[in-house]
Design a protein. Structure first.
Length: 255
């Protein structure tokens, strides 16, 4: 009888331990359709009083294309940490699976995983407005990236030395932009050199630009960016639109 009771006690203990382990690994599932702003706006970056300084110089189209061929994307857009269906994708962060469906009037897009800050990028667009959020893989804390323009969801870019995270926005309408915005283009940079998580981020610097609209931009060296820019979208005598005064620049970021 003694051995039988010992066996029963051991069996029950094993069962309780297995159940506890299952409970620890179980995850909740959350549809974020109507709650993305509440869920992922834990952190909002503040603008530093120090203005971002970038010194621009002209380069040739050939130089630009050479830089472009060498540019290495630094986010993983085919992350194993997400799952996809036709109209939805899911991200597992912390102990929760977050579902991002696309419905009429609102679409969610997966922007990739940034291992440098252990975060996923999600874009939400609808009614002419687009915003971006970083979601911490470990804690599910969210960071709302600065949005200077209504439809601005340009992919954030990390510098070659993993020191800076850059975002940008632009308006292609020339002087008409001033009817809605304070400047034609904006580049903002966050220093991520001492950060392992988005929870370590709190400020950014930005530069306001009124000399050009940005068509393309990317990092080429630790503190250098290159850009393809133009003045505005204009129209010829036949009413055909074109980009006025396309040119190419290299910028030195001074931090």
């Amino acid at each position: 009888m003694k051995y039988l009771l010992t066996y029963i006690f051991t069996f029950i203990s094993f069962g309780l331990s297995a159940q506890a382990e299952r409970n620890q690994t179980a995850v909740d599932t959350v549809d974020v359709t109507y709650s993305i702003y509440e869920l992922f706006s834990d952190i909002r970056l503040e603008n530093e009083t120090v203005e971002l300084k970038i010194v621009f110089d002209s380069i040739t189209e050939s130089n630009f294309n050479t830089y472009k061929e060498k540019y290495r994307r630094k986010s993983d857009t085919i992350s194993k940490l997400i799952s996809r269906t036709e109209n939805c994708f899911s991200i597992r962060a912390s102990d929760t699976i977050f579902e991002f469906p696309s419905i009429m009037g609102r679409s969610h897009y997966y922007g990739g995983f940034y291992p440098q800050i252990n975060a996923h990028l999600v874009k939400v667009a609808g009614a002419g407005i687009c915003e971006m959020f970083l979601i911490d893989q470990k804690t599910a804390i969210g960071l709302s990236l600065p949005a200077f323009y209504d439809g601005s969801c340009n992919q954030p870019l990390i510098s070659e030395n993993n020191r800076f995270l850059m975002t940008y926005g632009t308006c292609p309408d020339g002087k008409l932009c001033y009817d809605w915005y304070e400047q034609i283009s904006t580049i903002s940079i966050v220093n991520i050199s001492k950060s392992n998580s988005i929870s370590d981020l709190n400020t950014y610097r930005y530069i306001a630009i009124n000399d050009f609209t940005i068509e393309e931009i990317f990092w080429v060296e630790n503190d250098y960016i290159v850009l393809k820019v133009f003045d505005e979208i204009a129209f010829d005598d036949k009413g055909q639109d074109y980009k006025k005064n396309i040119r190419y620049l290299r910028g030195k970021v001074e931090w």
